[in-house]
Design a protein around this ligand. Sequence first.
Ligand code: FA5
Length: 361
Amino acid sequence: MELEQIKQAALKAFSEAKSVDELYEAHVQVLGRKGAMTVVMQSIATIEKSQKAAFGQACNVVKKELEAVYEARKKDLEEADLKRALNDRWVDPTAPGKKFDVGHLHPLSQVQNDVERIFSSMGFAIMDGPEVESEYYNFEALNVPSWHPARDMQDTFFIKGDDGEASEEFGSENFNRSATISNEGRLVLRTQTSPVQIRSMKKYGAPLRIIAPGRVFRNEATDARHEHTFDQVEGLLIDENISLADLKGVMQEFLTQLFGRVMKVRFRPGYFPFVEPGIELDMSCTLCNEKGCRVCKGTGWLEFMGAGMVHPNVLAAGGIDSNKYQGWAFGFGLTRLVMMRYNIDDIRLLSSGDLRFIKQF
Ligand code: FA5
């Protein structure tokens, strides 16, 4: 009987459907608008009158049965789908968390932040200056004329093609320079942060209390203690009745705060053309507490920076009356300070970009 065949075929298709979509397709084939069952039921019109009732009843029974089987199978398949989805999204709350790498400031930036914080608390303003500087600011204004042998102390990178043409290439547009650049000599990568002394004096006059951290460049062969590119911190204090005793107090306080223990400083004579008298300042050895060790070569002291009373010629270049005002200036290597603080034995590691090194700080 045709009805029975349709029923068996439909039951087979329903049970073999592997997904809700496949099942729906099988349902359409049998019970849809043009489905086998629908076509059979429409044939009732051609059937003999006496058999119509029985045929119609039989069709309805099969149709109901198929709908019931379809619904049950659909429920099963939907449950299986849900289970699979839950399994796919299974979260184990007891699993250890995934670690995300968080970056941090470079040790040089960390120490620079500390230096700025400590000097700010003592009333020093933080200044900045151009890394591409004129020979005038880098040397002449600091009492180092072109013939001066002290020029040999800082071998310099000159900017190419800059004898006058420099004003075109590195003119006011880029560095806010005036057309007087050719009077300021050639352009150099600054060899020290000291030119910021002159720029600050010219801009703010006296009294003045500043530090100027920044990058400097020297045409030097590198080794464990020397880089061609490194960082310095300049300091300048100008006022009335200022002496080197004030410098001693300020530096002792600065180093004590920076290293978190009482630090001492001592002066030795030193020569820099822009100060008179000039000194070298040593600080207590951070490793042996002045007892003497390998690092301080048994002296108990570590060389820390150059300093001195600002030379009257430098005050004049900064537009400051040296009869009324005087002051001191200092310059230390920030990069070397970082090495001392973290016991780093090769300066080149700091700019190596080696994450295994950087991650230790
Ligand atoms: C100067 O640069 C002076 N401008 C410092 C100064 C300022 C003196 C104000 C007086 C008054 P010097 O060349 O010594 O001085 O350099 C200062 C510090 O920079 C040194 O003590 C050292 O810590 C650091 N330094 C110098 N050369 C290098 C280098 N190649 N690599 C790393 N650090 C360096």
